[in-house]
Ligand binder design. Structure first.
Ligand SMILES: C[S@@+](CC[C@H](N)C(=O)[O-])C[C@H]1O[C@@H](n2cnc3c(N)ncnc32)[C@H](O)[C@@H]1O
Ligand code: SF4
Length: 362
């Protein structure tokens, strides 16, 4: 078994639960932050034997890692193994104080900051707590502290969003000159309060998503960002998200914390979602454990790899999975290139990713 080079650490705490969010989160329980950090370290001690030394990437996601505050976040970063290529910390704008920014900069962290939109009325639809000025202030503090790589998250397809709202969001984003942008179409889970409340507006947005994505790609491309993955844009290859790229390349990773998923040596494990149970027994029995057979692993690698502008090599286990006639059809339709054994989707192809994958699977 080759050693695992990527570590994900889930920090579930949030000040408030945003209506659209489907991540494993916990509101309140601020008094348990320190115990949770201890539990993460205890889980690492039990389950970290598979990790490479040094690691390539560490990613603290949430929830809201920045909610731990500068002292505890700094302590957690000290107690985790270092990473050669990248350590990313997800932050919410309202948590970014000068002290927090200094802690992140001092440890060479890349920061992923949730902006989502700069329109106050759309922030209200998303039930976000911070206004656009809060996002700008957070960016200013992170830059002033010397954070070397900053990514901003944008969401499009928000109920009530028009094309000119998105154009203004993109202008505001470009003005802040982040090194990386993640631009997600809003996913609303059926049956949630958010979906019930915004049902008709979400249907309307679903019809605009392609148009919205076209605008995002054009505007960010014109501003010098490279569209290197379906939802990701970088100001040069040095600012691509290394940890996320490892996911898209189908590499193994270890996940710590409640709700965290791991994929190690042909097995996928999900940790349980309950805070109290985790604090009692951080490396307890998994919530779910499933073997990933070779064909499933190959399908996932194809689906994820085709998200990348660099595409995916159709060799090894992928060769048996892919129908060459389907590949030819994509190439003839002008939505893909197949050169030197590597299949890359063109812009239209990446926008129609799922249809393209269906077309080429045997
Ligand atoms: C783990 S989440 C949250 C990070 C941080 N707590 C925040 O709110 O900014 C990371 C990113 O996923 C995106 N996201 C979360 N829920 C989403 C949804 N339902 N649809 C699309 N993007 C979503 C947001 O852009 C968010 O910044
Ligand atoms: S979007 Fe971020 S802040 Fe809002 S509930 Fe989800 S993880 Fe928490």
């Amino acid at each position: 078994m080759s050693a695992v080079r990527h570590l994900y650490v889930h920090v579930p705490f949030c000040a408030h639960r945003c209506g659209y969010c489907d991540f494993t989160t916990v509101t309140g329980h601020d008094e348990r932050h320190a115990a949770y950090v201890d539990a993460l370290v205890a889980e690492l001690a039990v389950r970290g034997g598979c990790l490479a030394d040094p690691l390539e990437t560490v990613y603290l996601g949430g929830g809201t890692p920045s909610r731990l505050g500068p002292d505890l976040l700094g302590a957690l970063l000290e107690r985790l193994p270092g990473a050669q290529a990248e350590t990313t910390v997800e932050c919410n704008p309202e948590d970014v104080t000068d002290d927090l920014a200094r802690v992140l900069a001092a440890r060479g962290c890349r920061v992923s900051l949730g902006a989502q939109t700069f329109a106050p009325e759309l922030l209200a639809v998303l039930e976000r707590r911070t206004g656009p000025d809060g996002v700008r202030a957070a960016v200013g503090r992170l830059r002033a502290a010397g954070v070397a790589s900053l990514s901003l998250d944008l969401i499009f397809g928000i109920p009530g969003e028009r094309a000119d709202d998105l154009e203004r969001d993109l202008d505001a984003l470009v003005e802040l000159a982040p090194d990386h942008v993640s631009a997600y179409e809003l996913e609303a889970k059926p049956g949630t309060r958010f979906t019930v409340h915004h049902g008709a507006a979400l249907v309307e947005q679903a019809e605009r998503l392609e148009d919205h994505l076209d605008r995002v790609i054009d505007r960010l491309g014109a501003a010098g960002y490279d569209w290197y993955e379906v939802a990701s844009f970088a100001r040069g290859p040095g600012h691509r998200a290394v940890h996320n790229t490892a996911y898209w390349q189908g590499r193994d990773y270890l996940g710590l914390g409640i709700g965290a998923v791991s994929t190690v040596a042909g097995e996928r494990r999900a940790n349980g979602p309950r805070l109290a149970a985790y604090l009692d027994d951080p490396a307890g029995a998994p919530h779910a454990l499933e073997p990933i057979d070779a064909e499933t692993a190959a399908r996932e690698r194809l689906m994820l790899g085709l998200r990348l502008a660099d595409g995916v090599a159709l060799d090894g286990d992928l060769a048996g999975l892919v129908d060459p006639a389907g590949v030819d059809r994509l190439v003839r339709a002008g939505v893909a290139r197949h050169e030197g054994g590597t299949l890359r989707l063109e812009r239209r192809g990446r926008m129609l990713l799922h249809d393209c994958v269906k077309e080429i699977l045997r």
